[in-house]
Design a protein around this ligand. Sequence first.
Ligand SMILES: Cc1cc2nc3c(=O)[nH]c(=O)nc-3n(C[C@H](O)[C@H](O)[C@H](O)COP(=O)(O)O)c2cc1C
Length: 271
Amino acid sequence: MNNATSQSAWEPDERLFDASALIEQQLRFALQYAVLAPSNHNTQPWRFIVDHDTVQVCADRLRALPVVDPFDRELLISCGAALFNLRVALSYFRLGYAITLFPSETDPDIVAHLKVSPNGRRDADLAGLFESMKKRVTTRAPFADEPVAEALQTKLVGACDAEGAMASCVDARSSRQAIADLIAEADHIQFADPRFRRELASWIHHAGSETACQRMGRQLVACSILPCLSSRRLFAYSTLVPEPLLHLSGSSKGRRCLFASQRCATTAKRG
Ligand SMILES: Cc1cc2nc3c(=O)[nH]c(=O)nc-3n(C[C@H](O)[C@H](O)[C@H](O)COP(=O)(O)O)c2cc1C
């Protein structure tokens, strides 16, 4: 069970999992899937400390985003996403586990302590997410112009509920429009802040500029340039970016935006 033999750090091959290997090796194998989790600006703000059959999931606050996420809220959500992926992988590989959240009274950076244990928890439902977890990416394309089936909405809300989170589906067009307007306004405010633009720019890199093990930060091509904001945004671009993006901002439509505003576009387009 040698990770180096898999295609790449980002495409682990589950066929290489060896159920007869030491638990620590099995745990390390499963951790390859934890790091596929989403994270704000793709900062991947986590660290894993493995010791035999246990792992500490730690927040890496050196990768914090003090402007857009001043209280590390989204940083912790990202760590939670990594822990969730780990649970999916362990469940898929039929490994039971026990988790203690924030186990240390003195070190708030230890987000979770997980122990692999034959008698531990097994989530059959989570194992079924394994294939989707491998394929999951953040999509910034417009949503399909059709309502989400009621059964699927119920399933999504139930899945959040099972994890102690709250989700609700907003149907009324006027409510969706109100949310879209709020997001657009928030986006304008953020982009007017030079510190926000600087922070975002520092996490954007060009596709292909990273090494296989350093695919951090948001790729320029993945930044979702969408036509939904006013031309004031052009100012933001010109101070945000190095030249290649300047080229983008000047191209074709002119009225384009980066990042969170895409949610406003999709929200506004649905239904
Ligand atoms: C807590 C959190 C907040 C995020 N906020 C945004 C956001 O405001 N806008 C956006 O386009 N993507 C957002 N993302 C998605 C990340 O940019 C994305 O996960 C990251 O770039 C990695 O790409 P991937 O999800 O395709 O693996 C967020 C992700 C997380 C976990």
